[in-house]
Design a protein around this ligand. Structure first.
Ligand code: ASP
Length: 426
C-alpha cells in the first residue's frame, strides 16, 4: 500500500517517538542496554548518521546553487537600474533581518541554561580573532579544490560567485558549463530530498539522544528558540517591511495584505517559495505592478531573497553557540551576517534547504553542526513561517521598485478586483 502520510507528519511522529524513547532511556540504569545498545549504538547511528548525510551535501550544494544563482543574474545588465535596485534591496533587507534575529537571540537567550557542551562530537575551532585584513585575504582561495576539500565555506562562496559571474559574462560561449551547473544543482537538490526523506528517522535518533541526556530542559529552550525566530519574523514584516513600503512609496499596506493572504496560504502549506511563484506573480499583477518589473523581481526574489531563512539562521547560530557554551565575538557575528546573507543567494526555494545551508553558516564560525539535531524537530513549522516572510519580502521589494520606476498602477492597487487571484486559487 502506498503511504499517503506527508513528510511533516512523519517528522512529528519521529520526534514524538524519539522523545518517548529518550525519556525511557534516561531512567534506565547505566549499563549495556542504556550506554552500549542505545546511546552509543542505535541512537548514535541514526542521529549522527543523519547529520553526516546533511554535512555531505553542503559543499556540492553551495557550489552549485551559488554559481547558478549568480549566473541567473544574466539579465541584470539589460535591466540596468531595476536590476541594481532590486539586488541592493534584497541583500540589504536580508542583512537587516539576520541582525534582528541575532539581536533578539541575545536578548531572549534561548540556549542559556541548556548545556550540551559535553555532547560536542568535534572540537569547536572558534576563538582565534582575525584582523580584517587577514579575514579578507582568507576569503580568497589560493586553490578552490583545497577549499572544497577543507570545507572552507567563505572561500567556496567567493569562488562560486566569481565562477557564476563569469558564466553570466561569457553568455553563449559558456552555455555548456551553465547547463552542466544547472543539472548539477538539480542533482544536489534531489539529494537533499532523498536525505530529507530519512529525516523522520534521523530526528527520532537526535531527539531521543537529547531527551535521554538532558530531559525536559531541552523543551523550554526549544520553545524559546522558536519564540526568537517567530518574533524576529514578525518584527521584520511589521516594522522593517511595512516601514520601507510606507517610507518609499507612501502606499497603505492594507490592500497588499489582503492579496498576500492568498499567497501566504500557499507558502504556509508548501514551505516553498518556488511553489508559490505563480500565485505571487499574479498577486503582484493584481496589485498594479507592471509585468516588466514583476517578471524580473519575483523569480529573482524566490531565488536569492530569503529574509525569513536568514532570520532562522541568525537565531539558530546564537542558540547553538549558547547550548555549547561557546562565546561569539563581534567578528564572528559579522561573519555570520555576511555568510547568511550570501547563503540566502544559494538557498533553493524548496522546503528544508535553509537548514542544510545553516550547517554552512555554523561551519564558517566553527560551531558544532551537531547542534542542528536539536532544532531539526521543530524546523518544519518554522519553515512554513519563514517561507511566508521570504515571499513577503519579494513582494514588498517589487512594489517599491515598481513605484520608483513609474511602472505602477496605483488605481489598480487600491481597487478590490481580485479576479486573477481567485482564478489561480480556484
Ligand atoms: N523553504 C524556504 C523557501 O522555500 C527555504 C528554506 O528556508 O528552507 O523559501
Amino acid at each position: 500500500m502506498k503511504s499517503k502520510m506527508g513528510l511533516t507528519t512523519k517528522i512529528f511522529i519521529g520526534m514524538g517517538l524519539g522523545l518517548l524513547l529518550g525519556l525511557i532511556i534516561r531512567v534506565l540504569p547505566a549499563g549495556f542496554i542504556k550506554d552500549t545498545l542505545f546511546l552509543n549504538g542505535i541512537i548514535k547511528v541514526l542521529g549522527t548518521g543523519f547529520i553526516s548525510a546533511i554535512k555531505m551535501l553542503v559543499v556540492p550544494l553551495v557550489f552549485a546553487s551559488i554559481t547558478c544563482g549568480v549566473a541567473s543574474l544574466a539579465n541584470i545588465k539589460s535591466l540596468g537600474r531595476i536590476g541594481g535596485k532590486t539586488i541592493v534591496f534584497y541583500l540589504f533587507t536580508t542583512a537587516v533581518a539576520i541582525s534582528i534575529a541575532i539581536g533578539l537571540g541575545f536578548i531572549i537567550n534561548p540556549g542559556v541554561g541548556l548545556d550540551m557542551s559535553s555532547l560536542v562530537i568535534q572540537e569547536p575551532t572558534i576563538g582565534e580573532s582575525q584582523s580584517i585584513a587577514d579575514l579578507i585575504i582568507s576569503i580568497i582561495p589560493t586553490n578552490p579544490v583545497k577549499a572544497m576539500v577543507d570545507g572552507d565555506m567563505l572561500q567556496i562562496i567567493s569562488f562560486s560567485i566569481l565562477f557564476g559571474a563569469t558564466i553570466s559574462i561569457l553568455g553563449e560561449k559558456a552555455k555548456h558549463v551553465k547547463n552542466f551547473m544547472l543539472s548539477l544543482n538539480e542533482v544536489c537538490l534531489k539529494m537533499v530530498n532523498i536525505v530529507m526523506a530519512i529525516a523522520p528517522i534521523g530526528v527520532f535518533g537526535l531527539i531521543a539522544n537529547t531527551f535521554a541526556t538532558t530531559g525536559f530542559e531541552a523543551f523550554g529552550s526549544l520553545i524559546k528558540y522558536m519564540i526568537v525566530v517567530l518574533l524576529a519574523l514578525a518584527v521584520h514584516a511589521v516594522v522593517v517591511y511595512s516601514g520601507l513600503l510606507k517610507g518609499f512609496t507612501g502606499l497603505s499596506i492594507a490592500p497588499f495584505i489582503k492579496r498576500f493572504a492568498k499567497v501566504a496560504a500557499v507558502t504556509f502549506s508548501t514551505a516553498s517559495s518556488g511553489a508559490a511563484l505563480p500565485i505571487t506573480k499574479k498577486a503582484m499583477d493584481d496589485s498594479g505592478v507592471s509585468n516588466k518589473v514583476s517578471s524580473f523581481t519575483i523569480p529573482l526574489g524566490a531565488t536569492i531573497n530569503m529574509d525569513g531563512t536568514a532570520i532562522m539562521q541568525g537565531a539558530a547560530t546564537v542558540f547553538i553557540a549558547q547550548i555549547y557554551a561557546i562565546e561569539l565575538g563581534i567578528g564572528q557575528i559579522m561573519v555570520v551576517i555576511v555568510t547568511a546573507t550570501l547563503a540566502s543567494i544559494g538557498t533553493a526555494a524548496v522546503p528544508g534547504v535553509g537548514l542544510v545551508m545553516l550547517s554552512m553558516v555554523l561551519r564558517t564560525v566553527g560551531l558544532p553542526v551537531e547542534g542542528i539535531g536539536l532544532i531539526m524537530g521543530v524546523d518544519r513549522i518554522l519553515d512554513m513561517c519563514r517561507t511566508t516572510i521570504n515571499v513577503f519580502g519579494d513582494c514588498i521589494c517589487t512594489l517599491i521598485v515598481s513605484k520608483s520606476e513609474n511602472e505602477f498602477d496605483e488605481e489598480k492597487y487600491y481597487s478590490s478586483d481580485d479576479t486573477l487571484i481567485d482564478e489561480v486559487t480556484a
